[in-house]
Ligand binder design. Structure first.
Ligand SMILES: *Cc1c(COP(=O)(O)O)cnc(C)c1O
Length: 360
């Protein structure tokens, strides 16, 4: 049987070793006689699982002690509302960078709670670049500055950290968290839905500096209040226990691999392989401004767009799944998250080369 590789943008590929471990542990976790799915979230077994997961994440990302790590639900989308509710803190405006589909959704939701100031936008070029800092028109009175550090749909990644002159910086890192080392201290809040680079859907991770907590809008639902969640160790209600367990296995897998610096090396190698090939031929194109190309999500188009369907059909037959691009961009998109092995990218490039030869 030939190997199958899943290039889905999310929910996405998980490490094979993690899936196998979860399979082994599924009916009876570590001799407890219970599946993780059956455990009380307040029992000592699950408390050990969530504490280990948090400790490993803190170690991997080098998270300082004055930051809280929250394990929440509702996806990154729930954070689009929770962020203004928690971070406005008496102010009435927030700065947002408009870089694509996810930024657009974050902005739309924030407008329900405050005046949104668009400080920079890449809409003029169909969102195919990251607006450079020199174009940002920051408001010094903004409650915070929000940007989408990797636009999953457009395949645009910031490889630099914005300077906000003391205004709290907030990043939606859903689709590239844990893919490269970052300096947490530059951020007030980082959030990410799990289903791209962390684990299964249903879990959202929020990393927030603790001095920002405790001043929410009056109507903030209890479950959206970061202070309430922090004070209750993310157990104000039943957390997504199985997704947390799976995330913990992924963190352990990353540690074993050599940590985030090692992961970044692999991600650089994988993305270079694919972009170099795309750039070597006129048959395929990458629409994204070169320095801003995402290492995680690689949109590309075929010069002959009438071959799109045939490409997808043959790719699927070759075991290369979920390569269809998002409808707003068209063409193809290969998401090559942490868990995508380099052999998957090699297989994709081999298939693309073969397809080109046969259809030139
Ligand atoms: C997938 C994604 C989201 C939405 O995540 P949900 O878990 O579906 O709410 C938000 N932002 C980015 C950058 C994403 O990739």
């Amino acid at each position: 049987m030939t190997a199958i590789y899943n290039f889905s943008a999310g929910p996405a590929v998980l490490p094979q070793d993690v899936l196998k471990q979860a399979q082994e542990e599924l009916p009876n976790w570590h001799g407890s006689g219970m599946s993780v799915m059956e455990m009380s979230h307040r029992g000592k077994e699950f408390m050990g699982i969530i504490e280990r997961a948090e400790a490993d994440l803190r170690e991997l990302m080098n998270i300082p002690a004055n930051y809280k790590v929250l394990f929440l639900q509702g996806g990154a989308t729930a954070q689009f509302s929770a962020i203004p509710m928690n971070l406005l803190r008496g102010k009435t405006t927030a700065d947002y960078v408009y870089t694509g589909e996810w930024a657009k959704k974050a902005i739309k939701e924030a407008k329900r709670y405050c005046t949104v100031n668009i400080v920079a936008s890449s809409e003029d070029k169909n969102f195919m670049y990251a607006p450079p800092q020199s174009q940002w028109k920051l408001n010094p009175d903004a409650a915070y500055v929000h940007y989408t550090s990797n636009e999953t749909i457009q395949g645009v990644e910031f490889n630099w950290v914005p300077e906000t002159n003391g205004v709290p910086l907030v990043a939606d890192m859903s689709s590239h968290i844990l893919s490269r080392p970052i300096d947490i201290t530059k951020y007030a809040l980082i959030y990410a839905g799990a289903q791209k680079n962390i684990g299964p859907a249903g879990l959202t991770i929020v990393i927030v500096r603790e001095d920002l907590l405790g001043n929410t809008l009056p109507f903030t639902p209890m479950l959206f209040d970061y202070k309430v969640e922090a004070d209750n160790a993310s157990m104000m209600n039943t957390p997504p226990t199985y997704a947390i367990y799976m995330a913990g296995l992924v963190f352990a897998w990353l540690k074993k691999l050599g940590g985030i610096a090692k992961m970044e090396e692999i991600n650089i190698a994988k993305s270079k392989l694919l972009y170099d090939y795309i750039d070597s031929t006129d048959f395929y194109q990458s629409p994204v401004n070169k320095p801003d190309r995402s290492r995680m999500n690689v949109p590309f188009t075929l010069a002959k767009a009438d071959l799109d369907e045939e490409f997808l059909k043959q790719a699927k037959a070759a075991g290369l799944l979920q390569l269809k691009g998002h409808r707003s961009v068209g063409g193809m998109r290969a998401s090559i998250y942490n868990a995508m092995p380099i052999d998957g990218v090699k297989s994709l490039v081999a298939f693309m080369t073969d397809f080109e030869t046969k259809n030139k």
